[in-house]
Design a protein around this ligand. Structure first.
Ligand SMILES: Cc1cc2nc3c(=O)[nH]c(=O)nc-3n(C[C@H](O)[C@H](O)[C@H](O)COP(=O)(O)OP(=O)(O)OC[C@H]3O[C@@H](n4cnc5c(N)ncnc54)[C@H](O)[C@@H]3O)c2cc1C
Length: 353
């Protein structure tokens, strides 16, 4: 079987690793000249680690990543509750943090171990298909015929557009911001920190590596919106980004399959985006190997729709400035602070969705 994976982000690389470890080494075409230096996603959730375990990727990630032991939730500058995330040594209960570029590097290493590689500087510009195969054209004028194509080419997917698949949903009128920093003496190491103000403004801090932190906020300035004292020694990168909540109407058209951000996008609330793409990719690779492709759209479209709806509900609830939301959150966190089983339940929800 001749498979072309378009896009070497976490989704495309997971699909390639999963296929290669089972004996089908795909071609992976990536338009960038080299690996991305962007560290967008940080949180790798238990389901992803489980899916990545058979290829040895999870074990490699665990060696490099920061294990997240707890989530701390602040209202204003008051710590309301600490949720235990380090529940057991089982992969099934482990969440880790690693900048996305490092995760992609480890996936490329695992792909190489199974005999595969990424072809950089290979931008797909067009795609056509018939009953027997798919023809892909590249920006350098070359063409390639494949039995199947996995479109993991991200939120602006050229393939999705070329096939005329609608990306339904909406753009969100908010400016979010991100900062990757080095800091000294942050008292919340190995933690995921959420600090929310009564206005609905939030800042989230994830510990990525020794003395290295990611701050994300639903305001235009992540560092300014963080009300907890942080002794920043260096700003490695900061910027703003826009959000959308969209999903492709179809994940399959003939011999072409959409996966990852090409199929869905939503806000980073809950840290699900990359994890959902990894799950799409693992499911698709399994179905390609088992020649069981018919259920892909139904299974993964439903999984994506569920996460999109939950993420949007949570984003709207947390970021609202309505007093009733703040009162509800305060009451729920006070209760969770007093009741260990409730704390475990919330932690479980965070880890497993
Ligand atoms: C600020 C921010 C924070 C985030 N935090 C989290 C988080 O904590 N947890 C989480 O799970 N998710 C998070 N996400 C979401 C996560 O980054 C994405 O869901 C994830 O990158 C999607 O992976 P992907 O491989 O599907 O797409 P991408 O990572 O976008 O990869 C697509 C690849 O395809 C290539 N490509 C595009 N077009 C072509 C073409 N025509 N030909 C060849 N190659 C092409 C691109 O160069 C790129 O390498 C965050 C996103 C942002 C913006």
């Amino acid at each position: 079987m001749n498979i072309l994976v378009v896009g070497a982000g976490p989704t495309g690389l997971t699909a390639a690793v999963e296929l290669a470890r089972q004996g089908i080494v795909p071609v992976v075409a990536e338009k960038r000249p080299e690996g991305s230096g962007l560290s967008r996603a940080v949180g790798i959730l238990p389901e992803s680690l489980e899916l990545l375990a058979p290829s040895g990727t999870a074990q490699a990630l665990l060696r490099k990543a920061m294990r997240i032991e707890r989530a701390k939730i602040f209202l204003g500058d008051t710590l309301k509750v600490t949720l235990p995330l380090d529940i057991s040594d089982d992969l099934h209960d482990t969440a880790v943090a690693l900048p996305q570029d490092r995760t992609e590097e480890i996936l490329r290493e695992r792909l190489a171990a199974f005999g595969g590689a990424v072809s950089f500087d290979r931008e797909v510009v067009d795609i056509t298909q018939n009953a027997t195969g798919v023809d892909v054209s590249f920006a350098n004028g070359r063409r390639q015929r494949a039995d199947y194509v996995i479109a993991a080419d991200g939120v602006h997917s050229r393939i999705r557009t070329a096939l005329g698949i609608a990306y339904g949903g909406r753009d969100i009128e908010e400016i979010w911001s991100i900062a990757d920093v080095n800091a000294r003496d942050w008292p919340h190491d190995r933690s995921f920190v959420l600090a929310r103000a009564n206005t609905g403004h939030m800042a989230v801090v994830a510990h990525m590596a020794p003395q290295r932190y990611r701050v994300v906020s639903n305001t235009p300035d992540a560092l300014k919106s963080l009300r907890l004292p942080m002794d920043v020694t260096r700003i490695n990168r900061q910027g703003q980004f826009h959000l959308a909540a969209r999903q492709a109407k179809r994940y399959q058209m003939g011999r072409v399959f959409l996966a990852g951000d090409a199929a869905h996008c939503h806000s980073p609330v809950g840290g699900r985006g990359m994890n959902l793409g990894i799950a799409d990719a693992a499911d698709l690779a399994r179905r390609l190997i088992a020649d069981d492709l018919d259920g892909y759209h139904d299974a993964r479209h439903a999984a994506g729709a569920k996460i999109l709806a939950e993420t949007e509900r949570l984003r709207l609830f947390l970021s609202s400035s309505r007093a009733v939301n703040t009162l509800t959150i305060r009451a729920a966190l006070t209760l969770a602070g007093a009741l260990p089983p409730l704390r475990r339940r919330i932690a479980n929800r965070f880890l497993h969705g």
